[in-house]
Design a protein around this ligand. Sequence first.
Ligand SMILES: Cc1ncc(COP(=O)(O)O)c(C=O)c1O
Length: 362
Amino acid sequence: MEKLARPSVWKIKPYIPGKPIEEVKRELGIEGEIIKLASNENPLGPSPKAIEALKRAVEEVHLYPDDTCYYLKKKLASRLGVEENMIFVGSGSVEIIHYITTAFLNPGERVIMGKPSFIMGKIESQIMEGEVVEVEAKNYTTDIDGMIKEMSERTKIVYLDNPNNPLGSMVKKEDVEKLVKSAPEDTIVVIDEAYHEYIDRTKTPDSVGYVREGRNVIVLRTFSKIYGLAGLRIGYAISKPEIIDVLNRVRLPFNVGRLSQIAALAALDDEEHVERSRKLVEKEREFLYQEFEKLEIPYIRSETNFITIDTGKDGQEVFKELQRRGVIVRPLTPYGLPTHIRITIGTHEQNIKLMEALREVL
Ligand SMILES: Cc1ncc(COP(=O)(O)O)c(C=O)c1O
């Protein structure tokens, strides 16, 4: 096999997703309730409006989906104040990260990103044989000045997840601006905003504004987080028409399913559900902060629906012990944080169960 596969493949450590509930039940033979706080999904589930729309649409799954995602692009464009040809819809935002590196990255070109940051940018760049430059975070926040220092004519992509996964922290408007404006002319700045809808609105950087200005910026958003549609795999990019055109050249036909498009359209219209989800996270985040403080567990203040804590122990072990108690979290060893774990904020009942388990384990 060593000779058959492309050499770049051997450098890749495969992505390890949050464990599904069914898998944990199977492995540990647990009958009782298991809660998953590992993939930053919405504990309130999908929007009820999306569920209704899905029920109506399910009888038409024998038909291929609309390859152009016409209605979804139209709705997103009008909300974001951009043209429809500035939207690209993908099977989750990870698929769009894949298309960005496939379409733009030549072997040996540089990709600059924070360390840690969402790992798919690194994996996809390695597949395309890019040179990945990871800039260590400072005080648990992406080091923008450090990233700017690494920029050169060889830099093709600058990847910023804001807020950062797995840290949960966010880079300020002024720093995003500095990054975007410092990028060399032929560099693409990818701003991955998977947790955008959770951010305190007074702090939100106007990343779509840079797209409107005609810069080489790609903003990524997703329906997997606050919209509660992770299982349907749907996300989108906002960028200038010339960049969207390039992405469309490498896109697979019918990359976004019929049900996914329909659910996303309905979810966008359910502002009540979005608001309820945001309020839950705000309230429960404070609750968990207080609980961590009581146990003197160091945590990183978060702008998202997850919190990363330093367990002071082997994170893999803590993860296994929590799993035995029916709580799935995410160990952060693959992100170079061996004592940290990342915990998705759940419902109040789930958070209480988490804290009971954590108290026992730590
Ligand atoms: C920063 C970031 N980007 C992208 C994704 C992937 O999202 P999607 O489900 O849209 O592929 C995640 C999911 O964890 C994420 O945290």
